[in-house]
Write a protein that binds this ligand. Sequence first.
Ligand code: NAD
Length: 497
Amino acid sequence: MKTISHWIGGKPVEGVSGNYGPVYNPATGAQEKQVAFASAEEVDAAVRAAKEAFKEWGTSSLAKRTSVLFRYRELIDAHRDEIAQLITAEHGKVHSDALGEVARGLEIVELACGIPEKLKGELSTQVSTRVDVAAIRQSLGVVAGITPFNFPAMVPMWMFPLAVACGNTFVLKPSEKVPSAAFKLAELAAEAGLPDGVLNIVNGDKVAVDAILEHPDIAAVSFVGSTPIAKYIHTTGTANGKRVQALGGAKNHMLVLPDADLDLAADSAINAAYGSAGERCMAISVVVAVGDTADPLIGKIKERADKLRIGPGDDPASEMGPLITKVHRDKVASYVTGAAAQGADVVIDGTGYTVEGYEDGHWIGVSLLDNVTPEMDAYRDEIFGPVLSVVRVETYEQAIELMNNSPWGNGTAIFTRDGGAARRFQLEVEAGMVGVNVPIPVPVGYHSFGGWKDSLFGDHHIYGNDGVHFYTRGKVVTTRWPDPSDGGINLGFPSNH
Ligand code: NAD
């Protein structure tokens, strides 16, 4: 069985802790690989390699950093297909979807190629006689990233390309369920000329995460994952003096007003609820249907959902793949049966679905629940599977109240032809990313990604300008080149003149 090791100091490093975790192919249900689980000592080895590499990388020229990043961009582009195959084999998502996440991750490498523009700083001349002030941003040192299973390549690429472009060195702890894509990204970074130790990977579980959170030489931690772990990472990391950005889970609502184009709304609901089997933090899991939109909209969603092709991610005919684990599949199914018991109408029941020839895969079909209410578990919890709930309300005001009562605030969308209503929604909704007739409003790389409330702990969104700020710290330099007439004793507080 193939073993995925760590990547430390520019090369693969076998695990020495003796602990391994299983890596499954979700379509077959078979364990095809194992991944080394790092001990605190192995995390320390990675941090030491990163600390050593920082001595040169931290002071390397912008030209050197960007020349590596431009080569890296080309190498990822050339290996898109291979990276996507690794994603599909461990995560289960269909190949086209995996290619999509590689493309969105590559956007951040492209942003990082332009880092000189972002690090230009500010200069004020002659703030006082012969005195200039420069504001510069400098790297932090060794920074770390901890990533979830649902985007094995994209979420790591949200972090390390920008971090290293800013002059930091990096220790990544990918999800233990999907370790191969990140490993490939590290190999390609080395091929692009990234010096040894600038990017390191430690695989593992809570032991590795806690070692990162407690390590005195790690200055900052970026985390993406579920809300309870995000809270834990933020609390523990900041208590240990680190800068932390921790992106959590979500329960994204899509508001459909009576004047919306219902065909567009139905297409969008299908794509956003069932794409990647609902395992996206920006997935739509609740449609809020205003007035009399619910019946025709549900009819259109059902008509489309019944035609979806569910199967192995490496079959080009498949539109949706399996879920990540059997345990997760059973948990998702329990929300569908639970909703029925709590009074929801099950319009489509995806539980019990299987694929011929792949009977041991982690399959579930798509589910559509109507007349869901805020008290039901299917509404309250992040299901993270292909289950779409419809909540019926009478007015826009009821809809916005419902949505803003949600503890999460990641993405949201409004479907309407009314510009005034859309504008009002943009200003009133409590969420970090808003779509107007766009169901999955993931910002492009040169903006920043982040939610509100329980969807993000910390002050910075990820990538874009917020990412640059997160991975650098400010310094202000006040300079005077003295004239012979300067000098003299003055014990007063320095004033500008
Ligand atoms: P998770 O929180 O279980 O795991 C995320 C990372 O934390 C993994 O690397 C894992 O090894 C580690 N981890 C897990 N349990 C831990 C513990 N007890 N102590 C320390 N570390 C621990 O999340 P997941 O299941 O891998 O990913 C799905 C979740 O991520 C969903 O909630 C989804 O909404 C969220 N997500 C959020 C975003 C976003 O941008 N807000 C993006 C993608 C995924």
